[in-house]
Design a protein around this ligand. Structure first.
Ligand code: FAD
Length: 255
């Protein structure tokens, strides 16, 4: 239950409000507006100007309050990422849900988080106490892979993904519009580095492989999902599908 609502006009004001107890950022509010018994104060981020998408060299900097639909419609959005965004949520939700809120609230079935994990997305996070949550001094930047297991408090201001990579996304779901039972995302850098992630199961998407070449994708996909058993599918099924999807991702690079 939202007990207090603030709409600061500056980042500084927002950080001051967020330092109060039991006070959290409000992105699109699609999750936070759901009724709960726990009282919470929210800081609406919509007036902070964090809603732009900027190509900076070979990277795309996505403001935290950019909606999923805005990103989907951006000319800079990689084609395979558009497929993953469409699967994340229906249009009405995509029009409100922000990129940062979606990552903070994601579970393993999130196609968006699975894709951004493969792209090795970087989050810029700030807070009032330390000004930065980063483990090093490099401007409060945390890899999504480090962020997801802990989901530390703090205000995400932007998310950065590389554009100079090959990126593929493949999935299997019960119907074309359902969230996948298994999905795979693969990024390949010009250096040969390949990063494979899997989604469709568990509390967070999973990193299956991050190596200097794409050898061993099949085994990595199988290993990552060897315990991926739930009411939607058996681990055995997911292992087979994950290996096939990983192979398809790789093949799409040479198509
Ligand atoms: C009908 C419906 C269906 C849904 N289906 C799904 C689903 O299938 N899977 C799913 O995972 N979710 C689902 N959701 C939940 C929700 O839509 C998503 O999690 C959504 O993407 C959250 O984004 P948001 O911007 O609306 O976040 P909000 O609701 O505003 O916030 C979500 C969380 O993120 C935090 N947050 C937001 N912005 C920031 C920021 N900049 N920095 C730090 N923290 C921040 C908030 O404090 C909060 O903890 C559904 C919701 C609805 C209403």
């Amino acid at each position: 239950m939202i007990t207090d609502y603030f709409r600061p006009q500056t980042l500084d004001e927002a950080l001051t409000l967020l330092a109060r107890p039991n006070t959290i950022p409000l992105g699109g509010g699609t999750l936070l507006s759901a009724p709960t018994s726990d009282p919470v104060s929210v800081v609406d981020l919509q007036a902070l100007g964090l809603d732009s998408i900027n190509k900076k060299g070979s990277a795309l900097e996505i403001g935290a309050t950019v909606t999923l639909q805005q990103l989907l419609e951006s000319k800079h959005c990689p084609e395979a990422l558009k497929i993953a965004i469409k699967l994340e949520a229906p249009l009405n939700i995509r029009n409100s849900a922000t990129v940062a809120g979606t990552l903070v609230a994601c579970d393993g079935r999130s196609t968006f988080a699975t894709s951004l994990l493969a792209l090795d997305a970087k989050l810029t996070i700030v807070n009032r106490q330390s000004e930065t949550l980063a483990p090093d001094a490099s401007a409060g930047v945390v890899n999504l892979g480090e962020f997801l297991p802990l989901r530390p408090r703090g205000l995400i201001t932007s998310i950065t993904i590389p554009l100079n990579t090959k990126f593929a996304f493949e999935y299997v779901s019960r119907t074309p519009a359902d969230k996948p039972i298994v999905c795979a995302a693969l990024t390949q850098w010009s250096s040969g580095r390949a990063r494979l992630t899997l989604g469709g199961y568990g509390k967070s998407p999973m990193l299956a492989m991050d190596g200097t070449e794409a050898e061993g994708l099949d085994a990595a996909a199988r290993n990552a999902y060897h315990e991926a058993n739930d009411e939607w599918a058996s681990a055995e099924y997911r292992m087979d599908v994950a290996a096939t999807l990983a192979k398809r991702c790789l093949e799409s690079f040479s198509a």
